[in-house]
Design a protein around this ligand. Structure first.
Ligand code: SF4
Length: 324
């Protein structure tokens, strides 16, 4: 993945991050896990707000490492690796609940993998006899997600995967759109407008979900506004967490092509169809048919289709669609 040109944005989006990923020396051994991708690329778009839960609960540096301990059928606890009587589960949970409340302005969270505090999933859980047992999420993250289940979260290591990277960043920008338009100025009108411009992005992530939310909104005005917004957002962010695939992107491209049927000649249409087919077959990345489609939509598409976030879900300089 090459470093894109510097990205210019009016404002950067607030995103939480495990402090060690920003190079802060807060790990148990006084080290860090500086992430070049976060610092050299994403920092152009994201205003990172670092937090180290283990430091926040008073564990110093260096410190005895902790790990998750529990039987297969119990919720694991965070205990000392040497002195098992040390149990920091409750303070770590409390820090997760607190950060979720105090930083409700965050649009996403990037986490350090494998950590008994910050790991999003597949963190090793040890049996009380010391043998590796099962896997779970870190304790801080458990509380963070319980308090704010719609917040997009991802592990930094998983951002090396082009599809997961694109998915996470699209979710952060979509959540930012929600926060700055619907949440900041709540109304049924703004809710419908949001759904309308997110239509094709949502469709790429979960077609059925898109249809369900459309049906939900048809009667949403009969519900109290706050309830309608909460239920819609939960559905939207849940569906957006599904990975968009070549098949679902192809479906969206074909739908969008439909808007040009009457305005382009058969040669242009054939060119577009070939680009979409090459993408479907994995011969070219998404950016190829999309660039062509955007070119024609700009000239011949109406406001509705040109305002779809699917066409520009995040700064193109990130180059995310060159890899999927
Ligand atoms: S608790 Fe989280 S932020 Fe702190 S060192 Fe461990 S992984 Fe990094």
């Amino acid at each position: 993945m090459s470093k894109p040109n510097r990205i210019e944005m009016d404002r950067r989006i607030p995103v939480g991050i495990s402090s060690c990923l920003l190079g802060e020396q807060v790990r148990y051994n006084g080290g860090h896990k500086r992430s070049r991708y976060c610092l050299d690329v994403l920092a152009d778009c994201f205003e990172f707000e670092p937090f180290c839960p283990e430091m926040a609960i008073g564990l110093g540096v260096p410190r005895e490492p902790i790990r998750l301990v529990g039987e297969a059928d119990e919720v694991p606890r965070a205990r000392g690796t040497v002195d098992q009587s040390i149990d920091v589960t409750e303070p770590l949970l409390a820090s997760g609940y607190r950060i979720a409340r105090e930083r409700s302005h965050l649009r996403g969270y990037i986490l350090m993998k494998g950590s008994p505090s910050c790991g999003m999933e597949r963190v090793k859980v040890y049996h009380p006899n010391g043998m590796p047992n099962t896997a779970d999420a870190g304790v801080f993250v458990r509380a963070l997600r319980e308090t704010n289940p719609v917040l997009p979260v991802e592990e930094e290591a998983r951002l090396n995967d082009a599809v997961l990277r694109e998915n996470f960043i699209a979710r952060v920008f979509a959540y930012d759109d929600w926060k700055t338009t619907v949440e900041a100025d709540p109304s049924y009108h703004n809710l419908i407008q949001f759904h309308s411009r997110q239509k094709y992005l949502l469709m790429a992530h979960h077609y059925q979900g898109y249809r369900e939310l459309g049906r939900y909104l048809a009667n949403a005005h009969e519900l109290p506004l706050e309830q309608a917004m909460d239920e819609y957002l939960w559905g939207f962010m849940t569906h957006m967490s599904h990975k968009a695939t070549r098949k679902t992107h192809t479906n969206v491209l074909m739908h969008m092509l439909g808007y040009l049927k009457k305005s382009i000649d058969s040669q242009c249409k054939q060119e577009l169809l070939e680009g979409i087919e090459q993408y479907r077959l994995g011969q070219v990345p998404l950016v190829v048919p999309l660039a062509l489609l955007k070119h024609y939509l700009k000239r011949f598409g109406g406001d509705y289709i040109c305002e779809q976030t699917y066409l520009n879900p995040y700064p193109h300089e990130l180059g995310l669609r060159n890899y999927i």
